[in-house]
Design a protein around this ligand. Structure first.
Ligand SMILES: Cc1cc2nc3c(=O)[nH]c(=O)nc-3n(C[C@H](O)[C@H](O)[C@H](O)COP(=O)(O)O)c2cc1C
Length: 203
């Protein structure tokens, strides 16, 4: 069984704690799927690399080649790991813009693990009041465990343990959903074009 997982990470800093969390979640998901005998490909979309293209796409309607490839990587994936920094008690604007730029059916039925980083654990409910409703609207299948990592949890030692447990549990839930679903069928828009006469009639 071959499966693919795409990671969307929207951190701004370099190095990025959002990317660190995304990588930990991807590694745990990979281990879980490999233990079950699956082969897994992991692709990463760093949203900051597409920042200018996102503005151009949303204002003109034309995606760059790089942004189109990133969107396709998300659409064809068997599972998605979506990680944002918390900005002003919500997801970052860039994270939202990336999902605004996707086809509105790209995530239908797709298993998604949601995660966020932030300066304070007091904002961990951003996952429940901002990310989960957004992905529910896009008709994704969001796994029950969402992972928030506050700055203090990157310190090492005992503070890392609860985070490590949440990562394992969320990855296990994502791997379970990915394993038991068929891969998405991606329709080639050029394979079955609308006849020109129909377009002229406005149908
Ligand atoms: C403009 C801005 C707003 C922020 N707002 C919040 C916030 O409301 N709550 C919070 O916990 N952290 C907040 N933070 C902190 C970031 O979420 C945190 O530093 C994040 O982990 C940075 O991710 P990165 O290292 O991947 O860039 C904010 C940071 C910035 C720059």
């Amino acid at each position: 069984m071959k499966r693919s997982v795409t990671v969307v990470s929207a951190g701004l800093r370099l190095p990025s704690s959002t990317r660190m969390l995304a990588d930990r979640l991807a590694d745990a998901t990979r281990r879980d799927l490999e233990r079950q005998g699956a082969q897994i490909d992991v692709d990463v979309v760093e949203v900051r690399d597409h920042a200018h293209d996102l503005v151009s796409h949303l204002t003109t309607g034309y995606p760059s080649d790089g942004l189109r490839r990133a969107s396709e990587t998300v659409a064809k994936a068997d599972g998605l790991i979506a990680v944002t920094p918390t900005f002003t008690a919500s997801y970052s604007g860039l994270f939202k813009m990336f999902f605004d730029s996707l086809d509105d059916t790209a995530l239908v039925g797709k298993p998604v693990l949601i995660a966020a980083t932030g300066g304070t654990g007091r904002h961990s409910l951003v996952l429940e009041h901002a990310l989960r409703p957004m992905f529910a609207y896009l008709r994704a299948v969001v796994v029950p465990t969402a992972v928030f990592a506050a700055t203090q949890e990157w310190g090492g030692g005992d503070s890392q343990e609860p985070l490590a447990r949440r990562i394992e549990r969320a990855a296990d839930e994502l791997a379970g959903e990915v394993r038991r679903r068929e891969s998405p069928e991606i329709r080639d828009p050029y394979c079955d074009p609308v006849p020109f006469e129909q377009l002229l009639e406005g149908r």
